[in-house]
Design a protein around this ligand. Structure first.
Ligand SMILES: [Zn+2]
Ligand SMILES: [Zn+2]
Length: 389
């Protein structure tokens, strides 16, 4: 399967400039982002394809090389073109693609910052197949986000077979060198183009890049070297994360066949809706209903926060809509010492079904206001509305 031309992937004409490359990549990546197309393999492939094209065309040196030589064997790509996608797939896996996207656009406006731990690229061994990456969504409460949390997640994945230690062979003697690649695990393909001759190195398909064939496969895994299992993986999530942030847990994805490298586990952070609080970046908002007497005379009330209850003073003469600030009771900003605030919006509640006694008291108040012709809050006041919301 031949790779598509990088310019074609991004819908551009040959030699397009950097700004066009960036703009076009952004559009395509947003459209095919896995968050927007859950479970859609085709979209994921397009997302990865665009990321690879972008990572080459956005890099001056790689672009120049590509413009001159096209998809040459040592051409361009930073990552290894031999990663475990088989069948002439692309050299970029999902975690690489997400990282490229985040590096390019910083998470796309949601205050995101991409990989929480920077991922770290990582060199991959040649030839040997690598297990595929897994993705898991991790919903967190605002309380967990405010303090940071260690989460245990159940992950269904391929793990090394315990009976053969991942080798796939019943015993050591049942392994022999692969006759196709002579134990090297790689095969060379020579191709010609108008620029000359290229040597393309690919994992050997006869031995899956292991360099060995198995005469007597392990009975437990039928020579695959791995078993499907459900395991518990824990991730330490720092305080202040946002929905859309992700974390790459290296080597926690699927194991490869016959003892290759493990894939990664990509943990995508999601934010659960809270029954009381709304988050705005580092701040959280709460509405507090109080009665007219509390608003007029002022009071002190116990208020919930993300980390327990605190007392809040309501000043005398508080109006509906007034915002009171609880400093430092919001959410910490990631990688910083700053902590947001909790904002409490006052809402004065008018009694809907006043009791007889209440009515009596309000009548007295009305009579009082009627007698105070000159001062403040007695009759009707007309003002222009400040905002229609
Ligand atoms: Zn086995
Ligand atoms: Zn081989």
């Amino acid at each position: 399967m031949a790779k598509r031309d990088y310019y074609e992937v991004l819908g551009l004409s040959k030699g397009a400039n950097k700004a066009d490359v960036k703009k076009s990549y952004r559009q395509i990546a947003m459209k095919y982002h896995p968050d927007k197309n859950p479970g859609d393999k085709e979209a994921e492939a397009k997302f990865k394809e665009a990321a690879e094209a972008y990572s080459v065309l956005n890099d001056e040196q790689k672009k120049a090389h590509y413009d001159q030589f096209g998809h040459a064997p040592e051409g361009g790509m930073g990552g290894s073109p031999f990663d475990g996608f088989g069948g002439g797939g692309f050299g970029v896996d999902l975690s690489d693609a997400l990282r490229i996207f985040m590096d390019g656009f910083g998470g796309g406006g949601g205050g995101g910052f991409g990989d929480l731990f920077g991922g770290g690229g990582g060199s991959r061994s040649r030839g040997r197949a690598r297990g595929s990456d897994l993705k898991i969504k991790l919903p967190l409460t605002l309380e967990e986000i405010a303090t940071g949390v260690t989460k245990k997640m159940k992950v269904k994945r391929f793990e090394s077979c315990a009976d053969c230690d991942g080798s796939g062979a019943r015993d050591k003697a049942s392994k022999t060198n692969c006759s196709v690649c002579h134990g090297r695990g790689e095969v060379q393909q020579v191709s010609r183009s108008m620029f000359g001759q290229f040597v393309n190195i690919q994992p050997c398909s006869n031995c899956d890049g292991t360099g060995e064939v198995i005469a007597h496969p392990c009975k437990t895994c039928n020579g695959d070297g791995r078993e499907r299992k459900e395991s518990v993986v824990s991730a330490k999530i720092p305080a202040g994360v946002h929905a859309g942030n992700y974390m790459t847990l290296k080597g926690e994805g699927n194991s490869a066949r016959r003892g290759g490298q493990h894939g990664d586990l990509i943990v995508l952070i999601d934010e659960k809706e809270h029954e009381l609080f709304i988050r705005d970046e580092d701040n959280i908002y709460l509405e507090l209903g109080i009665n007219i007497a509390q608003a007029v005379t002022g009071t002190e009330l116990e208020i919930p926060t993300l980390t327990g209850k605190v007392n809040l003073k309501i000043p005398a003469g508080s109006q509906s809509g007034k915002l009171l600030r609880l400093r430092g009771k919001g959410i910490p900003r990631i990688n910083s010492h700053m902590v947001g605030d909790q904002m409490v919006k006052i809402q004065i509640e008018t009694p809907v079904k006043p009791s007889k006694e209440e009515k009596e008291l309000y009548k007295q108040l009305a009579a009082y206001y009627g007698s105070q012709k000159s001062k403040g809050s007695k009759g009707s006041i007309f003002r222009k509305i400040k905002s229609l919301l």
